[in-house]
Write a protein that binds this ligand. Structure first.
Ligand code: C2E
Ligand code: CA
Ligand code: CA
Ligand code: CA
Length: 278
C-alpha cells in the first residue's frame, strides 16, 4: 500500500471515524434493546441421529431491532463482549433459556436438555457461579437438564478453568466444549477437564463426506471421546451424506439445518409434535 500522501491519510482516517461512530450507535442501540427486550431466543434441535429423535436444543440469541431489523449474533456478540454488555445479556439468556426449558418440561416434553452458550466474559465474572445457582433456583429447572457450551478457546484462555468447571458440574449442570477441534488445546489437556461432551466443529462436518482429512479428524475426536467417556455431538450437519458418515464413524448426536434450523418457540413445539408422531 502506498502511503504518505495527504489524501490516503484522510481516507484512512475517515474510515476509522466511520467505524467508531457505527460502533457507538450500535452500543447505544444495544443498551436500549436490553431495556426494551428486543432480544429473544431461538432453539435448534439436537438429535439422536440413529433414530432421529430429539434429545435437546441449543438456545441461540436473536436481536430484532425496530428500525434495523434482524441483527445477527455474529454482529453483536463480540461488541457485547468488548463493552461488557454480554454480562447482563448473558444473564438474561441463561434465565430465559432455563425458564423456557422448565415450561416445556411442565408441558410434558421431558428429558430435553437445553444448551446455552456462555462467553468468556461471563465465565470470568466472579459472580457467575452465584448467578447460575440463582437462575436454577428461580426457574426451578433440574440442573441436569442444563448444559453450558463453552468454546475450546475460552477454556484455554481463562485462569481457573478446572475449578470453575468443577463448580459448575458439582451443581449438576453439564458442560460441553463447543467448536471442538479448532482450538489449540492438546488432547491430554482435554483429558483433565471436568466436562461431559465434545461438540465437533462445523468446519469438519462440512466436507466429511468428500474429504479424507476431515473424516480422519472426526474419527480421532470420536475415538478420544469414547476412550475417556465423553459424549460427542456434531454441529453444522446440512446433508444426509454428512449425517450418514458421522453415524458410520460412531457419532451419536447431531445438530444442523438437515434436521432443523433454529426455531422460535411455537415452531419448536410444532417440530416436537411432528417428530413424536413419526
Ligand atoms: P455457535 O455456538 O457455534 O452456534 C452455531 C451457529 O451455527 C448458529 O449461528 C446456528 O444458527 C448455526 N447453524 C446451525 N446449524 C447450521 C447448519 O447446518 N449450517 C450452517 N451454516 N449454520 C448452522 P448463529 O445463531 O448465527 O450464532 C453464531 C454464533 O454466535 C454462535 O456460534 C455463538 O458463538 C454466538 N451466539 C449465538 N447465540 C449466543 C448466545 O445466546 N450467547 C452467546 N454467548 N453467544 C451466542
Ligand atoms: Ca454453541
Ligand atoms: Ca459451535
Ligand atoms: Ca462455531
Amino acid at each position: 500500500v502506498k502511503s504518505g500522501t495527504k489524501n490516503d491519510f484522510m481516507v484512512f482516517n475517515k474510515t476509522i471515524e466511520h467505524q467508531s461512530i457505527e460502533r457507538r450507535l450500535l452500543e447505544n442501540a444495544f443498551r436500549i434493546a436490553l431495556k426494551e427486550e428486543q432480544f429473544y431466543l431461538e432453539y435448534q434441535p439436537k438429535m439422536d441421529m440413529k433414530n432421529e429423535r430429539i434429545m435437546g436444543m441449543e438456545a441461540l440469541v436473536r436481536w430484532n431491532h425496530p428500525d434495523l431489523g434482524m441483527i445477527p449474533p455474529g454482529k453483536f456478540i463480540s461488541l457485547a463482549e468488548e463493552t461488557g454488555l454480554i454480562i447482563p445479556l448473558g444473564e438474561w439468556i441463561l434465565f430465559e433459556g432455563c425458564r423456557q426449558a422448565k415450561q416445556w418440561q411442565e408441558k410434558g416434553l421431558e428429558n430435553l436438555i437445553v444448551s446455552i452458550n456462555v462467553s468468556i466474559r461471563q465465565l470470568e465474572d466472579p459472580h457467575f457461579i452465584d448467578k447460575l445457582k440463582r437462575v436454577l433456583e428461580e426457574t426451578k429447572l433440574t440442573p441436569k437438564y442444563l448444559e453450558l457450551e463453552l468454546t475450546e478457546s475460552v477454556l484455554a484462555d481463562i485462569q481457573n478453568t478446572i475449578s470453575i468447571l468443577q463448580e459448575i458440574r458439582e451443581m449438576g449442570v453439564q458442560v460441553s466444549v463447543d467448536d471442538f477441534g479448532t482450538g489449540y488445546s492438546s488432547l491430554s489437556y482435554i483429558k483433565h477437564l471436568p466436562i461431559d461432551t465434545l461438540k465437533i466443529d462445523a468446519s469438519f462436518v462440512r466436507d466429511i463426506h468428500v474429504n479424507e482429512e476431515s473424516r480422519a479428524i472426526v474419527r480421532a475426536i470420536i475415538h478420544i471421546a469414547n476412550s475417556i467417556g465423553l459424549k460427542v455431538i456434531a454441529e453444522g450437519i446440512e446433508l444426509q451424506d454428512q449425517a450418514k458418515e458421522l453415524c458410520t464413524e460412531g457419532c451419536k448426536f447431531g445438530q444442523g439445518y438437515y434436521y432443523s434450523r433454529p426455531l422460535k418457540v411455537e415452531a419448536f413445539e410444532k417440530f416436537i409434535q411432528k417428530s413424536s408422531i413419526t
